[in-house]
Design a protein around this ligand. Structure first.
Ligand SMILES: [Zn+2]
Length: 263
C-alpha cells in the first residue's frame, strides 16, 4: 500500500483540536463518481511537501477539495487514484483526531467519538480492476490502523462501514459501502476477514483472484459472454450447478464474445 500524508489543516474539523481514543475503523465511500484523490485532497501553501504532493495527487482546479473552511465533513484518510492512475491511501487527519464523518445515530451516540474514518473514492461502480485495487488498499489501511491501535478487526463493532454504524445506532443513515462492495460479490464480513488475513500475513496480493460460484454471481458486464459459453456447452462448471469461474476467465470470454467467437 502506498500511503501519503496531506493533513487538511484548513478544514474546520482540524481546527477543533479534539482527539479520541480510537476503538475502531469506519469505512465510507463517497457516493460520487470520481475516483481521483485530487477531488478531495489538496495541499495548501503551508503543507509539508506541497509541490511533490500536487504532482503526485494531481491538481484540483475546481476549488471543491476538503482542505478549506466551511465544510461540515472531514475524514482521517482517503483511498483513491493518484495522478498516474495507480491507487493509494492518503492520511488527511491525525489518526486520533476527532473526525466529522458519521453524524449522530438513533442512540444519540456518534462513531465520530470512537472510530478512525476513511473515504473510498467511488468510480462508476462497474470497474472490477479499480474496485479490487481500492478494496485491497482499504483493507491494508485498516489492517495498519488496527495494528497501530491494538484493535481486533474480528471483534464486533471494530471494523464497520457507515451503514453498519447506522444499524448500530452510532451513525446517520447512509448506505455506504453496501452500494458498492456487493456489486462485486463482497460485503463487510469479507472485508473484515481480509483485514484479519492481512494482519496474520496470510494474504498475498497474488491470491486476490475473484471467483464466481454461479451465473447469478457473475457481474452483469461479463454475464452475456458467460451465458453464451454455457449455452454452447463450452462451460460445464464443477458439478451441482456450480460454475466456479475466475474473473480472468470471465474477462477472456468477454473478449472472445466481442470478437464474435461465441455467436
Ligand atoms: Zn459515509
Amino acid at each position: 500500500m502506498k500511503l501519503l500524508q496531506c493533513i487538511l489543516t484548513e478544514n474546520d474539523c482540524y481546527k477543533t483540536n479534539r482527539t479520541i481514543r480510537p476503538k475502531g475503523v469506519m469505512v465510507h465511500s463517497t457516493g460520487a463518481n470520481n475516483p481521483n484523490l485530487r477531488r478531495y485532497v489538496q495541499p495548501v501553501a503551508s503543507t509539508p511537501g506541497r509541490d511533490e504532493l500536487l504532482a503526485t495527487l494531481g491538481v484540483n482546479s475546481n476549488a471543491n477539495h476538503w482542505n478549506r473552511p466551511g465544510l461540515d465533513v472531514c475524514v482521517h484518510g482517503f483511498v483513491g487514484r493518484l495522478a498516474d492512475g495507480t491507487t493509494a491511501a492518503v492520511q488527511t487527519l491525525p489518526w486520533d483526531h476527532r473526525g466529522w464523518h458519521a453524524g449522530t445515530g438513533a442512540s444519540g451516540k456518534s462513531a465520530n467519538n470512537t472510530h478512525i474514518s476513511f473515504e473510498m473514492c467511488e468510480d462508476g461502480l462497474t470497474d472490477p480492476a479499480y474496485f479490487r485495487q481500492a478494496y485491497r488498499t482499504a483493507a491494508e489501511l485498516t489492517a495498519m490502523l488496527c495494528a497501530q491501535y491494538g484493535l481486533d478487526p474480528a471483534e464486533d463493532g471494530v471494523v464497520i462501514c457507515h451503514q453498519d454504524g447506522y444499524r448500530r445506532g452510532v451513525a446517520s443513515n447512509h448506505g455506504d459501502i453496501y452500494n458498492w462492495f456487493p456489486r462485486f460479490g463482497l460485503d463487510m464480513n469479507d472485508f473484515r476477514a481480509e483485514v484479519v488475513r492481512i494482519m496474520s500475513g496470510e494474504s498475498e496480493e497474488e491470491d486476490e483472484m475473484v471467483y464466481y460460484k454461479n451465473l447469478t454471481d457473475v457481474p452483469e458486464y461479463y454475464r452475456d459472454a458467460v451465458e453464451k459459453a454455457v449455452d454452447k456447452g463450452a462451460l460445464n462448471g464443477t458439478g451441482a450447478g456450480e460454475l466456479n469461474l475466475s474473473e480472468d476467465l470471465c474477462r477472456t470470454l468477454t473478449v472472445l464474445d466481442r470478437l464474435g467467437k461465441l455467436d
